[in-house]
Design a protein around this ligand. Structure first.
Ligand code: MG
Length: 376
């Protein structure tokens, strides 16, 4: 059922440590299963997406976000003849490197690591699957296939790409030096990530009371679907929750169809026949220009009205303090970390790896234990 431009499991560039094939699963199915069984994956359930994990049971966490990205990704992959197993593996792993407390945690850790190579969550996701998971007797990490690792490393600075390239010539960082694209499956996960968070952040924003439906009627893309839904079902005016869900459902569907149609046309226009030709052909997996512009407007709205809402930024200020103070405490007293981190010689990076792996609530408990302060 796969198209010729899909990533075919039998043509995988393979794993860094060669392993015999599994009898019943292909290489990407096996990658997905390794990710699902990893420790880092289970931690996603207690990591903040936008709202702190303990603020409410129904807000998205990194785990439910990742599942939504996988669902959207698989739907689009099937329609385009792309490899659903690879899409699922990349989607489930794409946020494994996120710190506790969302972007506030990452910013704080990046500041702490400024003189030691910085901290970047994409690169950290790759570190998790390449080095930090400790589950196999013969190697560190999960030993995933090239294609899954390529999809996980969705951004990379030139400096970081050069460092990775030195360790793994012509590896997953090569494309950042060459200016080429990753597989179509990887491109799809990037876009599915944005489609997912734009939609679920509206839902969580309204649920939290920080956004209102009246405000959403000011955002053209979403307002279009709210008006359309209310015309067909006038009772929605008195059922705000259902109105929100129906509008979100319509927006998600429209965005999915838009990606499918635009990408099919782009692949045909580029005359791409194989996965490697797709890598050379520029970004093919994309929105139409009009949907891209409307989606960017929605994203700008969410930045201004939700991510920078005083109630959100106040908590994020405290979250940064937790991460900074944890960093200082472990740097001064590494024995407070688990032995495999305490014993490492690259102490700054070891502290960053240790903190990055924490769930929100473990970070808060550790912070209280080490500083006596109760924040958040
Ligand atoms: Mg994400």
């Amino acid at each position: 059922m796969l198209s010729s431009w899909a990533s075919h499991a039998e043509h995988s560039r393979g794993r860094r440590h060669p392993e015999p094939a599994a009898p019943t699963r292909n290489v990407f199915q096996r990658d997905r299963d390794r990710i699902v069984h990893s420790t880092a994956f289970r931690r996603l359930v207690y990591k903040t997406q936008v709202f702190l994990n303990h603020e409410g049971d129904l807000f998205r966490t990194r785990l439910t976000h990742s599942l939504e990205v996988a669902q959207l990704g698989r739907s689009i992959a099937r329609a385009l003849g792309l490899n659903e197993d690879l899409v699922e593996a990349v989607a489930l792993a794409h946020d494994l490197g996120h710190t506790p407390f969302g972007h506030a945690g990452q910013d704080a850790l990046h500041d702490c690591m400024a003189a030691h190579g910085g901290f970047e969550h994409n690169l950290q996701s790759l570190r998790v699957v390449d080095h930090l998971e400790a589950r196999y007797p013969a190697f560190d990490g999960l030993n995933l296939s090239f294609e899954t690792r390529e999809g996980i490393l969705k951004h990379c600075s030139r400096v970081n790409a050069q460092a990775l390239e030195a360790q793994e010539p012509h590896g997953v960082a090569h494309r950042f030096l060459q200016g080429t694209q990753p597989s179509l499956e990887a491109q799809l996960c990037n876009l599915a990530d944005a489609i997912a968070y734009n939609a679920h952040d509206i839902d969580d924003g309204v649920r939290s009371g920080l956004l209102t439906l009246a405000q959403m009627l000011e955002v053209p893309l979403f307002a279009h679907f709210m008006n359309e839904a209310a015309q067909e079902h006038p009772q929605l005016h008195t059922q705000p929750r259902r109105w929100l869900y129906e509008s979100t459902r319509r927006m998600l569907s429209q965005q999915v169809y838009d990606v499918i149609d635009t990408t099919r046309a782009a692949i045909a226009a580029a005359g791409v026949r194989t996965a490697d030709e797709a890598r050379e052909a520029g970004p093919l997996l994309r929105f139409s220009d009009s949907m891209k512009a409307q989606s960017a407007d929605l994203k700008r709205f969410l930045f201004a009205s939700l991510y920078r809402h005083p109630q959100v930024t106040e908590r994020m200020g405290q979250a940064k303090q937790v991460v900074q103070e944890l960093f200082e405490a472990y740097l001064a007293h590494p024995q407070h970390m688990r032995p495999e981190f305490a014993e490492r010689e690259d102490r700054h990076r070891a502290v960053a790896d240790y903190i990055a792996g924490m769930t929100d609530r473990f970070a808060l408990r550790e912070h209280e234990r080490l500083t006596g302060k109760r924040l958040l």
